[in-house]
Design a protein around this ligand. Structure first.
Ligand code: NDP
Length: 319
């Protein structure tokens, strides 16, 4: 079978490409610049890449950019979207590439009848920001949808970009008979395949400076290997449908900081968490639907351990 992965050089997509190659797929992978070895070398080195990985140039904001990559595919995984929490021009830097890019990819999918299903990497950013309280008795599930107005009022432009992109995707898919499935992870951690840092892993290095109030912070997360495998299942399981929240654990920030301190004290000095309660109750995110895809969820301890090991191996932390 032939599949397309957009934004293939990214953190999540690199793992997705690895799993797809392992499973024998022919993978048409889009990147912005196929000649940039820093973005492609790790993909070209994957098992099976020589025989079955094909790189295509594509940009989210160019009309028709994805046609060549989508042509002849049975499935399309659309992961590409800018991930940044600060933007000087949110419309141009985040919203246009997310929304217009998603529609561009879906328009290419309509052109080629071979495409049976599209799996979109959405986010909990498109689920959770709707003004509803997140108290410990609450279980967030796939029926929740973020409210663009709430995102806008909070000036959470990344959240807004993901919400508008998923909304646009559902509308377009329904209007054009596309079988769409979305995967909605929260913070994703785990080992890096690519040589550079993506935002959610970089955040681990900066948590000690970024967290203002440990007691009121929580950390909903899952491991990149579970997220990638959920994408594959979402394509392969015929009955997969709708949205899938992909949050393995909602952990009090104090516990995350304590784990990080024990793994590598330079990532988090003890004084950052000692006054906080590591077992503070938090809201939950339903794992039922994700489990129906066969996702077992690695523990937060294992995911953070492997993140730190990978950061050491790639030279971002002292060994
Ligand atoms: P990365 O930053 O590693 O990957 C983002 C990818 O998007 C890169 O391959 C990048 O390409 C591509 N991209 C960005 N802008 C454009 C553009 N204009 N045209 C073409 N490609 C573009 O991020 P992640 O792997 O973390 O994220 C992947 C997806 O998962 C995103 O959709 C993100 O919103 C979603 N997600 C991520 C979470 C996380 O915690 N990591 C949590 C929830 C959802 P290039 O390499 O050329 O820059």
């Amino acid at each position: 079978k032939v599949v397309c992965v957009t934004g293939a050089s990214g953190f999540i997509a690199s793992w997705l490409v690895k799993l797809l190659l392992q499973r024998g797929y022919i993978v048409k992978a889009t990147v912005r610049d196929p000649n940039d070895l820093k973005k492609t070398e790790h993909l070209l080195a994957l098992d099976g890449a020589k025989e079955r990985l094909h790189l295509f140039q594509a940009d989210l904001i160019e009309e028709g950019s994805f046609d060549a990559a989508v042509d002849g595919c049975d499935g399309v995984f659309h992961t590409a979207s800018p991930v940044l929490f600060s933007a000087t021009n949110p419309q141009a830097e985040l919203i246009d590439p997310a929304v217009k890019g998603t529609l561009n990819v879906l328009k290419s999918c309509v052109k080629f009848a071979t495409v049976k299903r599209v799996v979109l990497t959405s986010s909990m950013a498109a689920v959770i920001v709707n003004g509803r309280p997140l108290t410990p008795d609450v279980v967030v599930d796939e029926t929740w949808f973020s409210d663009p107005l709430v995102c806008e009022n909070l000036k959470e432009w990344y959240f807004l970009s993901k919400t508008l992109a998923e909304e646009a995707a559902w509308k377009f898919a329904k209007g054009n008979g596309i079988d769409l499935v979305t995967i909605n992870p929260s913070y994703v951690t785990g080992p890096l395949l690519q040589p550079s840092l993506n935002l959610s892993v970089e955040m681990i290095l900066n948590l000690k400076d970024d967290i203002e109030d440990v007691n009121s912070s929580i950390y909903p997360s899952s491991d990149v290997r579970d997220v990638a495998s959920a994408h594959v299942q979402a394509f392969e399981v015929p009955s997969a449908n709708g949205r899938y929240c992909l949050v393995g654990h909602v952990t009090p920030m104090a516990k995350v900081l304590k784990i990080l301190h024990e793994l590598h004290p330079s990532v988090c000095p003890a004084e950052k968490y000692v006054k906080a309660n590591p077992s503070e109750p938090t809201f939950q995110v339903s794992r039922e639907k994700a489990k129906s895809l066969g996702v077992n969820f690695l523990t937060v301890e294992v995911s953070l351990r492997d993140t730190i090991e990978s950061l050491k191996e790639k030279g971002f932390l002292k060994v």
